[in-house]
Structure formats: structure tokens, C-alpha cells
Design a protein around this ligand. Structure first.
Ligand SMILES: [Zn+2]
Length: 321
């Protein structure tokens, strides 16, 4: 090596260090609140499950739970060290890969709902997951944060090679505008969004009912209440399983702790609460591993009975189990 190139390298490094544009530390490169949880992977028998983060939505705590005073909600949030003013609602999409190809459960926000959400595509790339390789999109229910990601803002399909699997009761309700007057006012936009997002997939939508197979290893379990056809899914191989809980609860720090509390997004609050209690009780009794759409990332763990409700216990974050 001669002296000349060595000097050049040194001069270049000095210039970079002096540049005002160059981040001085990792903190300036990734501001607090913008660091991205990305993906998390574990096995269920021969299946590989990956949870992928799509970002979050923030809303006031006030008005979120309909049937108890705000102070009660704030005090239960405080038990989990969560703030009492703003509620952060994360979005996490569950992928299942196996011998018969890739399945995704729900479709994310499609970067069309909040500036803090829409990271699914980038995080899928980080996880080595390709939308073109998805063979089935299995949908829990038709609220916007679960189906908007089926298509782009200009309504192109995001999953060009996928069959779309939907709960029959959910399809029946939201594809019939005649049900509009019998739906909560805040949810009436779901009719138009359903037509818009499923339209380009019209010829490859398949309906499933309670107990039917939605995808290889993925079985529908009716969990009506949050919406008329809200459905959760059992993902199983051999003697191992994980339950995708979708919106059985929103944040478990509220919904599992107090299953009888009814949130503003529940279509039928009484039915949602009864379903919530019944299925959380099953998950706790059978010690089932779960994933949840609005659970804190990586959105997988267990449910334990605790006092008047349940407690979410995150899985070992090393991914060792
Ligand atoms: Zn949701």
C-alpha cells in the first residue's frame, strides 16, 4: 500500500466526521418514537409464524370505553404503566409459512390510515416476505385497519396471487347496504370500504364458517360481537398451536384486564364482551399461545386468569420458545 491512497482515505473520513449532515449518534439517526419494531418469528410444529409490525394509531383515552367512567379506564391503564390521556393502538399482522405456501392473517392499513402506520411493506421486506408469494389472505373482520391494505390508494391489488378468505357472516353483513341503518353510525363507512377493497379480488373470495379450514393448518373460530362476523383463527400443526385473536381484545392491558368493558369499535358491545370472556377463558384454561392484532409488539404470548379478568403474558422475547 502506498502513502497516497492512505492519505485520501484519512482525508475523506475527516470530512465526513465534520459534516453537519452526518448524524453524530444513533439517537439522532433513530429518534425516540420512530424506532421500528419489525418482525418476530417462531415455530408452530412445521409451520413458521412471523408477526410483522405495521405501525400504530394514537387516539384519546377519553371516549374509548363506553360503559365505564374515564377514571376507571385510566386507573387500569396505569396498572400497566400506560398513559391516561393518549392510547397507542399498534397494528401487527401474523404470517404463517409452511409446505403449502404463505398465508397472511389480515392485511394492515396499507399506509392509507395514519402517518404513524403503514410500515408493513417495509417490514415484510426486512423479514424476507413477499406479497406476491402470499397464497391466501385470511381476514378476521372488515374494519378498515384490517382490510384497507388489500389494495393500494389507487385500488391496485397488493396480493396478486392470493385467494381471499373471509368469514361468511362478515361478508353477508357488509356486502348488503340494506344493513346500514342497523349498524352503528361510526361503522357505516365499512360498507363502502368493503366494496372498494374486495372489488378487485371479486373472483377469488372464499367464505368460511366456524370450524372450517381457512388455510392449511388455519381453522376459523366464530367470535362474533366486535363485528357481526368477527372470527379468530387457530393455527396448528401436530400438537402445537397458536390462536390468532384478531380484535377479540384491543390492547390487552384494557380488554383482557376487563373483558366486560365495551369499546367504541365494538359493533354489539354485549356480544363482544361475552365472546371475549369465553375465548380468553379458553386460551387461559388450555394455556394456548396467542397473537393479537392490537397487542404490544411482537404481539404474541399467553393469557392468564387474574382477578376479575385476565392478564396478557408476553412470550419470551428471545424467540426461544
Ligand atoms: Zn382492529
Amino acid at each position: 500500500m502506498t502513502n497516497a491512497p492512505r492519505r485520501t482515505v484519512f482525508a475523506g473520513a475527516a470530512a465526513m466526521a465534520a459534516s453537519p449532515l452526518r448524524p453524530a449518534t444513533a439517537q439522532t439517526a433513530a429518534p425516540v418514537g420512530e424506532q421500528a419494531p419489525q418482525f418476530f418469528r417462531f415455530r408452530v410444529g412445521a409451520l413458521t409464524v412471523t408477526t410483522v409490525h405495521d405501525g400504530f394509531f394514537r387516539r384519546p383515552v377519553e371516549g374509548f370505553v363506553r360503559n365505564v367512567p374515564l377514571a376507571d379506564v385510566q386507573s387500569v391503564l396505569a396498572e400497566s404503566f400506560l398513559p391516561g390521556d393518549a392510547l397507542t393502538i399498534p397494528f401487527t399482522i401474523t404470517f404463517v409459512d409452511g409446505p403449502q405456501g404463505l398465508t397472511v392473517l389480515d392485511a394492515g392499513t396499507g399506509a392509507q390510515m395514519a402517518p404513524t402506520a403503514g410500515r408493513l411493506a417495509a417490514n415484510m421486506r426486512a423479514a424476507g416476505l413477499d406479497a406476491a408469494q402470499v397464497r391466501r389472505v385470511v381476514v378476521s373482520h372488515f374494519h378498515g385497519d384490517h382490510i384497507t391494505g388489500l389494495t393500494t390508494a389507487d385500488n391496485q391489488v397488493v396480493f396478486p396471487n392470493a385467494e381471499i378468505v373471509v368469514p361468511a357472516a362478515e361478508w353477508a353483513w357488509w356486502t348488503d347496504e340494506g344493513n346500514s341503518a342497523r349498524s352503528p353510525e361510526g361503522q357505516r363507512g365499512t360498507f363502502a370500504n368493503t366494496a372498494r377493497r374486495f372489488g378487485p379480488y371479486r373472483d377469488r373470495v372464499r367464505q368460511v364458517r366456524d370450524g372450517q379450514e381457512a388455510a392449511p393448518g388455519v381453522t376459523a373460530i366464530a367470535a362474533h360481537g366486535h363485528t357481526p362476523g368477527h372470527t379468530v383463527y387457530r393455527i396448528a400443526d401436530g400438537d402445537q398451536q397458536v390462536l390468532f385473536l384478531a380484535d377479540l381484545t384491543n390492547r390487552p392491558e384494557l380488554g383482557a384486564r376487563r373483558p366486560d368493558w365495551q369499546i367504541v369499535f365494538d359493533f354489539d358491545g354485549d356480544a363482544a364482551a361475552a365472546t371475549r370472556r369465553r375465548l380468553l377463558d379458553m386460551a387461559a384454561a388450555d394455556r394456548l399461545r396467542v397473537t393479537g392484532y392490537h397487542f404490544p409488539f411482537p404481539a404474541t404470548g399467553f393469557v392468564a386468569r387474574d382477578g376479575q379478568g385476565f392478564r396478557f403474558v408476553p412470550a419470551d422475547p428471545t424467540g426461544a420458545m
